[in-house]
Design a protein around this ligand. Sequence first.
Ligand code: PBG
Length: 330
Amino acid sequence: MTYPITRLRRLRKNATIREMIRETEVNRDDLIMPYFSCHGNKIKNPIVSMPGNYQYSIDMLIKEVKDLYKRTGINKILLFGIPEKKDEDGTVACSPNAIVPMTIRELKSEIPEVLIVADLCNCEYTTHGHCGTMINGYLDNDLTIKTLVSQSITLAKAGADFIAPSDMTDGRVGAIRKGLDENGFENTPIMAYSAKYASAFYGPFRDAANSSPKYGDRHTHQMDPANSDEALREIEQDIEEGADMVMIKPALSYLDVINRAKKAFNIPLVAYNVSGEFSMVKAAAEKGWIDEERIIAEILTSIKRAGADIIISYHAKEFVLSQIKKGNRV
Ligand code: PBG
């Protein structure tokens, strides 16, 4: 029955009704806050292209994560490391004294309530900035997997709650699962970056993590932004290889992919609202061109509405703080 019998505006009449029929709500439990950890003491280096984000030395990161947990109740973080030294294939990250395992141990002893997702890739640790071992200018799949497996065991030993491979080589989830299981970490879950696109939206992150490739690009392993059938095949393979959760990244230009994945698989689905998506909002807000708080809420809601169960976002902390300030349920 259509107008004038049906008037959809009846259910938009006031805030109470709108709240009653609201289909999607982003809660603090849905959110993971990313952090960058570096060597040294008392360091809190601003990341210029990502206002409000910093490279933290461990002492400062502990303070920050305590603040996050106390003020917002967010109890999940994603951890990236900035090493002192790099090498050809990223093996520096396999040492128990590498930056991320050290950070995990200290965070776990200071604030065990917070769950730590350890990003697993070589690009922060290689001199050339590629995600693994380069042979004649091409990322060698199987050699790269060897260092990833070794790094994953180091991260699990340090106490990582989740291992999150973000490299997009073929077969790495299965290899990491096997490596973890053989070393007594059969209970450490894998959050796989399954459909990770070769995206220009990672630009600010590469400044933050100092991980830009010195030559070439990541198109031979990350996905072509034009494809979505292929994303489902990537996800399917990761599930078969033992992924406990799967991820789509970036989020906003790929809401259709998130939606397809949600319909096709019944496994917890993560979306990564990446650095470039964050920085565009910040830049426009700084110019006074947008209402930042409302834009952030709308962005996170759209990602959840598309089908994501969990959202990784640099906006996570400020989003929850702004909802609390407004007296909204979060
Ligand atoms: C590591 C990694 C990257 C991001 C997450 N893990 C960078 C890349 O693939 O170049 C990007 C995150 C962001 O842009 O916020 N491989």
